[in-house]
Each structure stands twice: as C-alpha cells, then as structure tokens.
Design a protein around this ligand. Structure first.
Ligand code: GLA
Length: 720
C-alpha cells in the first residue's frame, strides 16, 4: 500500500512523479528523487487519515453532457491509477462509475471495512476533473458472506442453490441479505454522501435474477393475500375452477413462470416487480438519508428487458439509466431508439446511458465490432433521444475474470486501443455541444403506449410464435418516428393531454384505470389508435367479455369478431387494401366489425381464408372533437408508413424538423429557449440535408443552410 499511496500523494499534492511506462502497463514504477521519498512518506502519514470529504478536490462545474467509463480501481495496483485517469482526462471523460462489484475489497472479511482505496480513487479522479458515480456492490456478495450465511444465496427454478463463483447469486427477498445490503450501502452513503466529487449512486447492477426458494414462495403467498384479500376473490378472478386449481389456503399458491394460470403468472410478475422495488428501497432509503440531495440515485436497467415492471421499480429513483448494448451486428436506430424513448418514459425526463459497448461485447453469438464511426454515431443517437450521459463499459479488462475479451478503451498493456481516439472525439464534441444542449429535453406530439403486463400477456400466449411484442411496437414506432421525428413511449395511465396522437400498438391488457384514461383522452379531443390485440385482457390477465378492444369497444363503435394467427408460408399472408394502399397482413389478422353507423372502414381484407374475405381490417370513428381508430392487420412497412402519415394528418401532428433523406435520423431537443436538432446519417452514401432555416452547426462552429453528412456523419444544429 505504501508505494502505491506515495504515488497518489505525489500526484495529489502536485509533486512530479515520473512514470516509466513499460509493456506491462499496469505495473508502472515510479522514479522519485531519493531525497523526496522521506518527505513524501511524511506527507503520506499526515494525509492518509484525512476523511474522504476533505481529500476530494473540488471539481469545476458539472458538464451538461457527461462522457464516462466504468472503472475498476480495485482490480489494479494504485500505482496504475494516475496513468488511467490521465488517459481518461485526455479523452474528456468526465465521470467514472466505481465500486459496483467491489464488495470483497470494501469488506474483505466480515466487519472489516476498507475504504482508503476508495477514498483515494475518488480523490485521484477529482484531481483529473473526473466525477464519480458510486455503485453499491450488492450484485456480487463476497465469498465470506455467502459461505457463512448460505441462506442469502438464491435458489434457482430447479430448486438448487446458487454457488459462489459468478455474480447475482443472492436471494433478493432474503431478510439477512437485505440486512447486509443495507449496511454496506449505508456505510458508503455515510462516508461519501457529501463528497463533492461523488455525483450520484447506482444501486446494485442490472436486477435480473429472482429466487424461487421457500422464503420467496412464502413472501409471494403473502403478496397474493394482501392483493386479493380473500381466496374467493382470487379464485374467481383467476377462474381457478379451470383444471381444479381452486385454492383453499394461501400457502397452496405455487410460483409459476411460464405455464401457470394467466392470473397467477401476472401476479408473480407483479410480486417480482414489487420485490425488486423493495430490494432497491432497502438501500435507497439509507443512501437518501445520508447523501446530499444533489447526488442522484439510479440503477442501470436494460432497455427492452422485461424481467420486472420498470415503471414500478423506477418510481423511487431520481434518474432512469440503462445499459445500451447492440451485441451482434449494427445499431438499429429504431429498435434501439425506441428503447431510449422507453427509458425516458420511466420518469418522463432525460436519462443516462450507464453502460454501452466500446465497439464490441463478449457475450453475443458473434461479437462483431461496430464500424469505425458507428460508436460516435451511436453516442449522438443516445443524446438525441434524451440521454445526458454515455458511459463506456469498460475502461480496461481485468487481466483475469469472466469478461476478458469484452471491448475496452485501453488494452491489456494499458495503452489505448484504436477506438480510444473516436471516444476522445466524442468527448471533445460533448464538451463543445454541452452548453448548447444544457437544459434541453425531448418533446413529442406523439405517444406510444407501452405496458409490461401486455408484453408478458402476449409472450405467455403468443398464439403465433412470430408475434413478438417488441417487433410489433417497433412496427408502429418506426413510421411514426419517420413522420413526426420524435415519439414518447409512456404507460397508459399517465396524463396524455399534451399529445396530439396516442398509439397503443398491442396493449393486450387494459386495466379499468387505463381504459378510463384513454376514453377521457378521446373525449377531450385526442386521436387514439389501437393496434392488434389491444384490449383483449383485464388486470388479472383474463379475457374482457366485450372482446377486443374490451372497455373501449363502445367508444370505437366496433370490435374484433375474431383473431387469426397467420402463417409465414408463401401464399398464407392475407391481402389488405384501402386508404393506406395494397399490402398483406402477416403474423396476425383480426376480423373487425362495426356496430355504430358512424364508424368507418379504412382497410379491408381480400380473398384469403374465407373468414376474412372482404371484412374490415382497420376502422375509425370520430367522437366529438376526438377520434378512435383500430388496426387489426399486421401490415408491411410501406402501408404502416402510409398509416402513420394518415394518423399524423388527422391529428395535426407536424414533423419536428422537416424533410430529410431516408436513413438520416433527426433528434430534436428543446428547452431554455433553445431548439437543437441532432442529425445522424446511417446511409453508406453521403447525404445532403437542406435545413428549414439557417442554423448554427455547433460542431463546426459555422452557420449553415445545408449540411452534408458522410456515413455515420453527425451534425448538431441550433435553430436561430
Ligand atoms: C452488463 C453488466 C456489466 C458487464 C456488461 C458486459 O451490462 O452490467 O457489468 O457485464 O454487461 O457487456
């Protein structure tokens, strides 16, 4: 520790320590004039006991856009840190996330807390103008803990207890584990809660693995009791007479993940969501009680991941953040963009990309790299969708450990990999464009409605294996984004009055509260468009007796008479023609009918299976100043684009920017009296965009009326 601390102190107090880099990189040696050593040792003796707060150097103003890296100082000798932080600083990295897997370094044996290394890491980062997000280390409990308290280990669906050696091996509902988790979080918060270089907290890491042991089972049964109050109520709402499932005691209710009663499945997911929320709150409460309110609290979520209801878990956080990985292949700006918009919708404000791949990952079937320029394009795509930070996972691989081959910014020798210079460019651009984007966020005229209940309900009974709810959402999102150039994704119970158009692609589960909200939206003059399978189920994942769209059928003046899974074999798709052109319905087709004379038919099926022949495929009805539309066919991109244009026109939605060539993405952000547009060209060929007015091109520093963008080219334009 001494040599290590010497280096820290020398850089901390502005002394000159000359680092001799060697091929091992991490094993840097320090050559100090001999006479200086005793002086520094004396300094060390005085400086080491300083509390963490006093050691931290006050960094300058917070950057509006943060570039970051996941840094694991505990994996390296302290003598290496300054070299890493220097390289980070040179790349304009302004924050590191630290600590989220470091429990065995923080508390090597029970009750023996070691914070000096973390004090030093935070102080050293400050010295390099780098802020810190502290991760609580609870996703990776240390071996002494799980050995001494084996009840804290999770039990898998197969009934087997996890072992040590991987991560996420804890039981998220176990009271003993929660005690430990709260204790370590509280100690961290007490020590760093007022450290000016710590800007925020990440609780745990990517909640994902539930436990299925007797303790979890007991808590689930109690949850059911609390939620349903009486067994009669539960039995009725789950229709447990079916297959003799009737329960006569709460303890009889099993855990089912896939093939259980639909009411049981949904209840389990709600329990899982509530349990992750309370798991998080257990730590969040002690952090909040001890930390300065300026330090945000977040957790890193996972985009489209549906292991729990992210709205439930987000509600206690200050900031939503997610880990944005492409994995194999290239960035799909729509599917990925929708995941950004989804995350922005958790708290309905800007969010952070807490992790993203520096080129490639290590866990996809083929870990292909993003192209040269694509990482930069992706970073700006993130910011465009409302991210205020982009953090690369990770700075450097540990020399051993499960993720040795993952992309990094620094190689095993401790020197930059080729991508480093691209990230450095991103950092320089964030620094330049940050002041322009400060105080701006995404504002949309169009909202897409999304619920986990609906995605789960569809996935449990897809009816057609190809009916992927995310693909369905994106089939609406993509054309709507092309037309409106900005879309929000929100849950169906939020206040929708700000939107001109609200689209529910596959809201299979509609609760009474959601139905009331949607009816009010239409009655107040909004245009509500419902996609296939919407309004089929109630809050218990049971069928609404009205048939689709359930409680909205009266307002629609129409309904789904029958739904049909459509095979993808040639000749099995169903022709559809009408207002949006001639197309086919694939995967799914719903035979609609109208019950009200003012409900109009927009699209009809052609000759196919006999049942659908000539029947309505899309219908609409004006209700006062509002309108409600139902689309029962799964149409191709061209027809969906026509449908989106029609939706926009009938609702008064206008494009946020104006015409751009296909493959050029536009991301509007506004606020503080500013309007900013980020443009990214995903086409291989250069594209020229005529701007709607002369704008200030922030990255080039010039005023422009047209911009030409190369492949993955980016422009950040401020309207005058
Ligand atoms: C996740 C985790 C990280 C790391 C990366 C690798 O997002 O949070 O710890 O394992 O994946 O891609």
């Amino acid at each position: 520790m001494n040599t290590v601390s010497l280096i820290r102190i020398s850089s901390y107090y502005g002394c000159i320590a000359k680092f001799n880099s060697n091929p091992a990189g991490d094993r840097m040696t320090v050559s100090l004039p001999k006479l200086l050593v005793p002086a520094l040792a004396a300094l060390l003796a005085v400086a080491a006991p300083l509390p963490a707060n006093a050691q931290a150097q006050q960094p300058e103003a917070h950057p509006p856009l943060y570039l970051g890296a996941a840094w694991y100082p505990e994996q390296w000798p302290e003598s290496r840190w300054d070299a890493d932080l220097t390289l980070m600083e040179q790349a304009h990295i302004r924050f590191v996330r630290v600590g989220e897997f470091a429990w065995s370094t923080m508390e090597p044996t029970e009750g023996d807390y070691q914070w000096e290394w973390l004090d030093h890491a935070i102080a050293d980062a400050a010295h390099h103008h780098i802020y810190v997000v502290l991760g609580t280390p609870t996703a990776a409990p240390p071996a002494w803990l799980t050995t001494k308290y084996p009840e804290t280990l999770r039990i898998g669906e197969d009934g087997r207890r996890d072992q040590h050696g991987n991560r996420q091996q804890f039981d998220w509902a176990n009271p003993k584990y929660r005690e430990f988790a709260r204790d370590i979080a509280e100690r961290m918060a007490k020590r760093y809660g007022h450290n000016p270089n710590v800007i925020g907290w990440q609780i745990d890491n990517e909640y994902a693995r539930e436990s299925y042991g007797p303790e979890d089972q007991k808590q689930f049964d109690e949850w059911c009791h609390q939620h349903y109050k009486t067994l009669d109520n539960l039995n009725t709402r789950w229709t447990t007479a079916y297959w003799s499932q009737t329960y006569t005691d709460w303890s009889q209710i099993p855990i089912e993940e896939k093939y259980g009663n639909p009411g049981l499945l949904l209840s389990w997911k709600h329990f899982v969501s509530d349990t992750w929320r309370s798991y998080q709150k257990n730590q969040l409460d002690v952090i909040r009680a001890n930390a300065d309110p300026s330090q945000f609290i977040t957790t890193n979520m996972m985009g489209w991941f549906d292991g729990y209801d992210h709205y439930t878990v987000s509600q206690d956080l200050d900031l939503a953040s997610w880990d944005d990985y492409v994995g194999e292949g290239h960035l799909d700006p729509y599917r990925n963009g929708a995941a950004h918009d989804l995350t922005r919708g958790f708290l309905r404000k800007n969010f952070w990309v807490m992790e993203t791949q520096p080129g490639f990952v290590n866990w996809a079937p083929v870990n292909t790299p993003l192209d040269k320029g694509e990482v930069r394009a992706m970073a700006w795509h993130d910011i465009g969708h409302g991210a205020d930070a982009v953090e690369y996972w990770q700075w450097r691989s540990a020399l051993n450990g499960q993720e040795e081959l993952h992309g990094t910014l620094v190689g095993a020798d401790g020197t930059p990999v080729p991508l480093y210079s691209e990230v450095k460019q991103i950092g320089a651009e964030f620094a330049k464009a940050g002041p322009v984007l400060a105080g701006t966020s995404v504002h949309s005229e169009v909202a897409i409605l999304h619920s986990y209940d609906s995605r789960w309900a569809i996935n449990w009974q897809r009816h057609n294996k190809n009916f992927d709810p995310i693909t369905q959402i994106v089939s609406y999102y993509k054309p709507l984004r092309q037309v409106a150039q900005s879309v929000d994704i929100v849950q169906p119970t939020v206040d929708l009055s700000q939107y001109k158009l609200v689209v529910a692609p596959g809201l299979e589960v509609i609760t009474e509260a959601a139905a009331k909200n949607l009816i009010a939206y239409v009655q107040n003059g909004g245009h509500l468009v419902l996609g296939q399978r919407t309004g089929m189920k109630n809050e218990d994942n049971g069928l609404w007796p009205q048939r689709e769209p359930g409680p909205l059928a009266d307002l629609l003046g129409g309904r789904v008479d029958q739904f049909y899974a459509i095979d993808d074999k040639p000749g099995d798709t169903v022709p559809v023609t009408g207002l949006w052109g001639a197309t086919t319905s694939k995967i799914w087709a719903e035979q609609l009918s109208t019950s009200s004379p003012d409900t109009q038919v927009l699209m009809r099926y052609g000759k196919s299976n006999g049942w659908l022949d000539g029947q309505p495929a899309a219908i609409t009805r004006k209700v006062g100043k509002g309108q409600i539309t139902y689309i029962g066919a799964w149409m191709d991109d061209a027809a969906m684009l026509n449908a989106a244009r029609w939706m926009a026109k009938t609702s008064g939605v206008t494009p946020a920017f104006g015409p751009v060539p296909d493959g050029v993405d536009v991301y509007p952000r506004e606020g503080n009296g500013k309007k900013v547009f980020i443009l990214v060209n995903f086409n291989k060929a250069p594209q020229t965009v005529k701007l709607p007015s002369t704008m200030h091109a922030v990255l080039s520093g010039k005023d422009e009326s047209t911009v030409t963008l190369n492949h993955y080219g980016v422009a950040v334009l401020q309207a005058k």
